[in-house]
Each structure stands twice: as C-alpha cells, then as structure tokens.
Design a binder for this molecule. Sequence first.
Ligand code: PA5
Length: 478
Amino acid sequence: MERYKDKKWQESMRITFDFNNMMKEFIGEDQGIGRDDIKNMEEKTQDAINALKEMRASGNMVWADLPYTQEDVVAEILDTAKDIKKKFDAFVVLGIGGSALGPIAAQQALNHLRYNELSKAERGGYPRLYVLDNIDPEGINALFDVIDIEKTVFNVITKSGSTSETMSQFLIIRDLLKKKLGDSYKDHIIATTDRSKGNLIKIARDEGLKLFYIPDGVGGRFSELCPVGLLPAAVCGIDIKQMLAGAAFMDECSKEENIFKNGPYMAATLQYIAFRDGKNISVMMPYADSLKFMADWYAQLWAESLGKKMDRDGNLIYTGQTPVKALGVTDQHSQIQLYAEGPFDKVITFLTVDKYKSKVDIPHGYKDIPAVSFLGGHSLNDLIKAEGLATEYALLKAEKLNRTINLPEVNEFTLGQLLYFLELETAFMGELLNINAFDQPGVEEGKNATYALMGRPGYEGKKAELDNRPKKRDEYII
Ligand code: PA5
C-alpha cells in the first residue's frame, strides 16, 4: 500500500493553522481579534457555510470535487506522461495566470530546486519543465536557445481557448514545428482547454491534437488539481494521486461546522475581521524556497477572486485585500522593517516547514571571534527556523497580526492539502464578502481591449471606445 493511504501517516502529515498571533490575548487589545468578534460573526459564518454546502450540492463547486472525480483522467495523464518521458527532453507549458501559476508552484515545491539544471539521469529520466507565462519576445527567444523543439512537447493551456498571450505563443510554436517537422508537428502539442467553449477546442479537434479538458465550472485559478496542473506535474515525476489524496484529506478536515475546528473557515473569518478593521494587505511569506511560488499562486487566487467592484446584490463595494509575496528569510532584509514598524494594515501569513528535504551543518570556525563562532555546530535548518520564530516574535511585539500554516514536510500530500486549504479559505472569504469569487470581470476588460487593439473581428466597438480615450498630454511626459 502506498504510504499516503495509511491513516496514521496521513495524520502525521496534517498541516496546521496557528492563529494565536491574530488574537487579543497575544497581539493585544488594540489590534488583536477577540473571541467575541468571532462569536459575533456566527450568523454570517453559518450563512457562508450553508451557501458553500448548497453550491457544492447543486454541482456548482466542481473544483472542490476534483480530488474525487478524475480517476479516468488521472490514468490517461499517467499514460501520456509515460509516453512523453520516453520520447522528449523538455515539456513546455504555454499558459498564463491560472494556467501557469499552479504548475510553477507545484514543480518548485515538489521537485529538485535546480531540476532543469540536473542531467536527464539525475532527473530520473523525466523531461525538463518550462512555463512560458509571458509574451516578452526576449523570453520566448531565450527559451528557444535552450530547448531542441524536435525533442520538446508543448502543452497549450487555456480555459477560455482565446487568451491572446497563449494563442500567440501557440501560433508561433505551431508554425515553427510545422516548418521543421511537417505533419508530425501534432505529436509535439497537447491542448488543455474547455470541452466546448473557445477556439482552441475547435482547432485541436480539427487538427487531431491530443486533448485534455478543464472541467466545466473550474476557473483558471482553481484549476491546479485538474489536468492544468496534473499533466505538467505527472510529466516531471510528481505523484499526482498523492496530491489529490492530500486535497481530499483537507476536504475531510474541513467538514467541521464549528469554525474553531475548521482551518480554512477560521482563516477566512479572521481575514474578514482584520480586513474590516483596516488590514488591507495580505502578505504570504513562506520560509522555504520550495514554497516560494506558492505565494505567487496565492496572490492570484486571493486578488482575482476577492478584488471586486460589486457585491452579489449589485452594490458598489470596491472590495479586496491586496496580496503581497515575500520569502523568508530573504525578505527579512527587505520588507520586514515595513511590516514591523509601518502601518497596521497587514496580515502576514507564514508558511513553515518542520522537516526540510536536506540538512546542512554549519562547521565550527573562528573560535577567537565569538560573534561568528556561535553559528558553528548548528545547522542551516536550525538557523532558518530560528529566524522564522524571531520574525514572528518581532511582529508579535510590534502588535502586527500574523498567522502560520505549518507543513510537517513538503510533499505531494501536504501540498495537496495546502492548495485545497487556500482555495477553500478564498471561497469562504468570498461568501463573507457577499461577492462572486469565481469570476474576473476586471481581467476580461483588459483582455477585450487587447483583442480590439490587435484587430480581432467583433471588437470594432471596443476599438472605437479605445480610440476615443482621452489623449495623453505631452507636458505630463517629461
Ligand atoms: O483565474 C483565471 O480565470 C484567470 O487568471 C485565467 O487563468 C487567465 O486569465 C488565463 O485565462 P485562460 O485560461 O482562459 O487562457
């Protein structure tokens, strides 16, 4: 039996949410949150619990069921990954936003931190992974300098099947492949998209490209646990069944209606109270290089889901907490000064890890210089933990709200839990704010303006609107 199916092992890998430093008892009367504040939210939190339950029961929270509904898809992904491993040296994701940030975060968390620099044998025979999530011409040409497209498979991922950035990349790659390989260009492209909407699905079907589907009702930023994230992960040897098992475990842990026993719901409730009290910024600060890009993934999830102009009743509310990415310990030397002594406008979420994959001892040296020699005999593991604790303490002393999500270790099971925890927290926060956390009208406006500027048919009206925008004044450009 795989160890992740063992209940005892699962319990030993449970991630925890520590909110002591959000509370009045610790952070002080002025800034802290009281148990009464949480109690006073009871009606609202119960409404949110009921709303999510109803949404899920009526089939409108498809992302929440992904850990349970993909047996066949997972089997197909694993077969495809096996085939890719045999034939290719590199796997390139073409995608942006929700179609890119999850694959980047999972790869960084679960594979070697210098994965692409390892030899093929050191990578266990798996291909290198690149995620092309920008359209800077220098970026794409730089990639072509380090891959052999004849030994590369490109996974074009777009839910809408029409995002300009991704479709441009697709056109460029397809053209190059066709010129080099003729009709067998098809063997080098896999499309991941909506089953019925958009242009990519039509193209993929017409041209006979290998296809994976993004299930209906799963938005980009909630899609890491479907083929969007699972295929790139499996291609690089990540155990995707274990990742899904971790997500399912967190789902089970979050069934409790008493929010004092429900991590994601309590996390959202505290953020809601803090936000109401002026904490407009949510910082995520992992103390692990492996979790560095979880902060990027979270930033999109939190920003795009919760940054909304209207509530569900059509009132203008201009809501949303601004996410900020930081990395422990690196950003102790860039941002912590502001967090400790600056305004009381933030909640800082630390991601901590009990057991790192490596241990590095610090050797003894310079016995005659006590201010250096005290480090000898410890390990970098001791040091990073001490620095995390020290930062937490400094913020506590400064009465700055902070909380900690701890992972016993970073593996597929704990990452699955973490992804699911943050998705559920975001969905719950959306309910508390009475907004639709699953749309992104602000992003659509920019996408539509791009179509108009680039001459997409059907966007002539938008083009006229853009042409009529106020002309910039030269005197303001100096
Ligand atoms: O979360 C979202 O829906 C967005 O960030 C999308 O992922 C992003 O805009 C890319 O869209 P698409 O997957 O349709 O190309």
